[in-house]
Ligand binder design. Structure first.
Ligand SMILES: Cc1cc2nc3c(=O)[nH]c(=O)nc-3n(C[C@H](O)[C@H](O)[C@H](O)COP(=O)(O)OP(=O)(O)OC[C@H]3O[C@@H](n4cnc5c(N)ncnc54)[C@H](O)[C@@H]3O)c2cc1C
Length: 593
């Protein structure tokens, strides 16, 4: 059974991602280390004792559509109510509306633990938090007054309705219609698919944020508006009024996250209300809906990154526990009686250490991204811009690398279990099934790579990425200068990986400058992984360099050396793919016709 790794999480936050320095510098106001530790410890207890035990039930039962209503798995409604009673829904939300205004770093750390317990469960609150953020930034005062407090307390949940059957990665072609009404409201008509937690029995009301197009809107992404469309209209006194004209038509049968209802939503077909059309309220300005969505996109993508880390952590714990118990053969040098535990076999140890290194690397990248988000807020001028750009640069890497790691590590976890891994009752298979969606939604990892190469590398004319690479070199230098035993070839391997990244970055920048867009995009995913892998090496080294006084420094150095001398070799191949792969891809393309 999963146990939240609170100490490891706290260590990574403070000593790898930068929280300790920020706390010392008073960047987070009154927040002190004691409170950070207390929050992490309670979030971890909740994940371990309350969420994780209900994860399997959710997977087996799934959410079901019964007479137009969604029935969630046994125990989940109570779990959700315990979760909001703990105040977890409003961790980063503004204090004016009942939130706690705590740093994103704490939030992502807590999210990791809840997602390890059950990704399908944690997904509901994740979507609500996205909706809260969009509303807080772009909603009118009246909308905020009516909806925000109840969403922050968790009394009502929220959803994000973007996708339509023919409009997924390309939202510019979406067709859902919005019509103006004289009273300032709008009527919404259309179908949305794949809407996470679009209908359920957790809360009395559900607040849908829906992208739609006005009749006179310009074509493409510049003609999309954002609307708040509640399941039940809200009376002036805050009580629930009439049912709005929308409903969940069907639930998808999915590979994983069975507890999370993935809904087809129908708006405005006349099932409810006197006049056809779901009543919606404009959020932000007409035709600026996508821009509103984009302001919350970074945090939403980071939230999905945490799902990857979460699954990787849970899968690793399960695999390590199994490998200690399961005995087969005799490992070289095994001195015990009879068969050795499989953990003694070098190949099994290789798998487990790879799982640990990738998990910790992905965690550190995601936390470093959250740190940049937090640092941008209290800073101003150049510093604010630098931190904003840093979080923008790290977001696609965190989202893609961590979610790929979730899948890879969950798959390795099954391999460690042998045949039992393929059998559902072990629980290892669920992790792989659940993890598989995260590289797809919230912008596929292919879309993240395009974003990284075409929008993030050019930030400040390339100065952001160059400055970052310069900082990474300092970590390699610090390892070289360190007098701690056990780093082995780490510094040399880090130098080589950084050189690979720098060369690939220069190549991509010149390809873009020369207008060779297709060449640059051909290597975008390889580049994204190269960046993530190299950062894994760097952040594990930072962890190895830090002495937190917890007696684990030598173990951290050993893991860092393992990653540097085994996993970082891949960066050379990835660099080669970026700088030399485009021509062969173009030449082979015709094979697919
Ligand atoms: C379980 C689940 C939950 C979801 N939850 C929500 C939700 O709550 N709200 C919501 O609005 N949506 C939700 N989605 C939808 C999800 O965000 C989309 O599936 C995703 O954005 C991809 O869109 P698509 O499925 O249409 O794939 P497509 O866009 O058709 O992509 C197919 C493939 O083509 C690639 N591709 C597409 N365009 C390009 C391009 N320009 N360049 C290079 N490659 C490209 C993609 O990377 C992908 O590999 C959910 C989906 C699932 C399965």
């Amino acid at each position: 059974m999963y146990k939240a790794p609170v100490d490891e999480i706290a260590f990574t936050l403070k000593h790898v991602a930068g929280m300790a320095d920020a706390l010392d510098a008073g960047m987070f106001g009154e927040l002190g280390e004691d409170l950070v530790d207390a929050i992490l410890s309670e979030a971890g207890r909740f994940a371990t004792e309350e969420v994780a035990p209900l994860g399997d039930v959710g997977d087996r039962q799934g959410s079901r559509l019964v007479d137009g209503s969604v029935k969630t798995p046994d125990g989940w409604r109570g779990l959700y109510h315990n979760w909001i009673a703990g105040g977890w829904n409003g961790l980063t939300a503004p204090e004016d509306f009942g939130g706690q205004n705590l740093p994103h770093m704490l939030h992502v750390a807590a999210m990791e633990m809840w997602n390890s317990g059950s990704m399908a469960f944690a997904l509901g609150p994740t979507l609500t938090m996205g909706a809260i953020e969009a509303l807080e930034k772009h909603g009118s005062d009246a909308l905020k007054a009516t909806f925000l407090e109840k969403m922050i307390s968790g009394e009502w949940m929220g959803t994000m309705n973007l996708t339509e059957p023919h409009a997924g990665s390309d939202l510019g072609v979406l067709k859902t219609r919005a019509e103006r009404r004289d009273d300032g409201t709008y009527r919404i008509f259309g179908q949305k698919i794949f809407i996470t937690w679009g209908e359920h029995d957790f809360t009395d009301n559900i607040v849908h944020l829906v992208l739609a197009r006005l009749p006179d809107a310009p074509p493409g992404t510049k003609g999309i508006s954002l609307f708040l469309v509640p399941k039940f209209l809200v009376n002036e006194d805050g009580s629930l009024g009439a049912r709005n004209d929308l409903f969940c038509h069907a639930l998808e049968h999915k590979l994983g996250i069975h507890g999370s209802p993935t809904c087809t939503m129908i708006y405005g077909d006349g099932r409810y209300g006197e006049e056809k059309g779901a009543i919606g309220y404009l959020v932000g300005e007409e035709n600026r809906g996508l821009a509103c969505m984009f302001t919350m996109m970074n945090n939403a993508r980071l939230a999905v990154a945490m799902q990857g880390v979460a699954i990787a952590e849970a899968a690793t714990q399960k695999a390590v526990a199994y490998a200690r118990e399961r005995t087969q053969g005799r490992a070289p040098g095994w001195k015990g009686e009879g068969m050795s535990p499989i953990i003694e076999h070098p190949d099994v140890a290789r798998m487990l250490l790879t799982m640990k290194a990738l998990t910790q690397g992905a965690r550190a990248i995601a936390y470093a991204c959250a740190y940049a988000v937090d640092m941008a807020h209290p800073s101003d001028g150049d510093a604010a811009l630098r931190w904003q750009e840093r979080s923008s640069l790290l977001t696609p890497i965190a989202k893609s690398f961590a979610t790929d790691v979730g899948v890879d590590v969950a798959s390795l976890g099954i391999q460690v279990h042998g045949g039992m891994g393929f059998i559902e009752e072990t629980g290892a298979a669920r992790y792989l099934r659940d993890a598989r969606i995260a590289p797809i939604y919230e912008g596929t990892n292919g879309i993240q790579a395009i974003d990284l190469v075409t929008r993030k590398l050019p930030l400040s004319e390339g100065a952001q990425v160059r400055g970052f690479i310069g900082e990474l070199r300092q970590v390699a230098d610090a390892v070289r200068a360190s007098n701690r035993q056990g780093f082995g070839e780490t510094a040399t391997r880090l130098d080589a990986a950084i050189a690979d990244l720098a060369e690939a970055t220069d190549w991509l920048q010149s390809a873009l400058a020369d207008g060779k867009q297709a060449d640059a995009l051909a290597g975008a995913t390889a580049y994204q992984r190269l960046f993530g892998l190299m950062l894994t090496g760097i952040y594990l080294a930072k962890g190895g360099l830090a002495d937190a006084g917890d007696g684990k420094q030598q173990a951290r150095i050993a893991l860092c050396r393992f990653a540097a001398e085994n996993l970082l070799a891949e960066t050379a191949a990835l660099k080669d793919s970026v700088v030399n792969g485009a021509a062969s891809l173009a030449a082979a393309r015709a094979i697919l016709d």
